[in-house]
Design a protein around this ligand. Structure first.
Ligand SMILES: [Zn+2]
Length: 279
């Protein structure tokens, strides 16, 4: 069975059975960006508890199934309309940055492309630059996506400290993937049943844009979503005759190579293609 990494999934919203099924399908590691928890939180203390859940509790739940759990910290765009609350939350992030499973700041971005969201986005980028952290970016949905993606890329390019190879722009689709790749950023395609990409569309995009700096994820969250979406993508790639090495690059090597730039990264025994072939 091919091993894979799900680089964007909200395990806080999933059951332990989902961890079990993901492990059975070959998931060996995942990363969980800080996001909405199904309701708007009223205080910075609630986010503090959430960050403890992401850095202390979820890694233990994942480890029961031999899945390595990583995370990203921020106040998400959906709750960032309140700038003073956002600033309190941002101020509490540095104390968590040395937790061993933290990869960086994320998923930051825009939701409705409002001025307050843009202020909070830029303050997160500033934190990431001051602390030399990787960044994971959420782009808005549907009709807000193209404008929001352009706004985000403009803000990143206006900050001269930002190195694009240390940033991943997530939830790209046919009309935004080019902006992310041409800017030198990594990008993520989210396989989601209602909005965003289907596995078939994601494979189409791979066939058009290639396999450099691109990964796929399930975003499994509070909405109707499938925590096994990456294995669905693998099946669709196989169905179209793509070689194992190409599939492995997208679902395993690419997320690993992006994550490896993180300050806290410690390499684990990486399965080699040779070991795959020996099976
Ligand atoms: Zn997300």
């Amino acid at each position: 069975m091919a091993h894979y990494i799900d680089p964007h999934i909200h395990m806080i919203s999933r059951t332990t059975d989902d961890y079990h099924r993901m492990a059975q399908c070959g998931c060996v590691a995942l990363s969980e960006p800080a996001f909405w928890a199904g309701f708007d939180r009223g205080s910075a203390a609630a986010f503090h508890d959430y960050f403890r859940q992401l850095t202390e509790y979820e890694p233990k739940r994942a480890a029961q199934f031999h899945i390595r759990h990583y995370c990203w910290l921020c106040i998400n765009a959906k709750e960032a309309e309140n700038v003073s609350l956002s600033r309190e939350v941002i101020a509490s992030i540095p104390e968590f940055l040395r937790c061993p499973n933290v990869l960086g700041i994320g998923e930051i971005g825009l939701n409705k492309n409002t001025p307050n969201e843009a202020i909070v986005f830029q303050e997160h980028v500033d934190l990431a630059m001051r602390t030399n952290e990787l960044i994971l970016i959420h782009t808005p949905h549907l009709e807000d996506k193209l404008k929001g993606t352009r706004m985000i890329i403009d803000m990143l390019q206006n900050d001269r400290r930002v190195q694009p190879h240390r940033v991943c722009i997530d939830h790209v689709e046919e009309h935004t993937v080019r902006y992310a790749l041409e800017g030198g950023f990594w990008c993520g395609m989210t396989l989601y049943p209602t909005t965003k990409c289907t596995p078939e569309r994601a494979v189409d995009i791979i066939e058009m844009y290639g396999t450099e700096r691109i990964m796929v994820n399930s975003a499994g969250d509070w909405g109707k979503s499938n925590p096994l979406a990456v294995p669905e993508f693998i099946l669709e790639m196989k169905r179209r005759g793509h070689p194992e090495a190409t599939i492995r690059k997208i679902v395993y090597e690419n997320p690993l190579n992006f994550f490896r730039q993180s300050n806290n990264w410690v390499d684990w025994p990486i399965e080699t293609t040779g070991a795959d072939a020996a099976k």
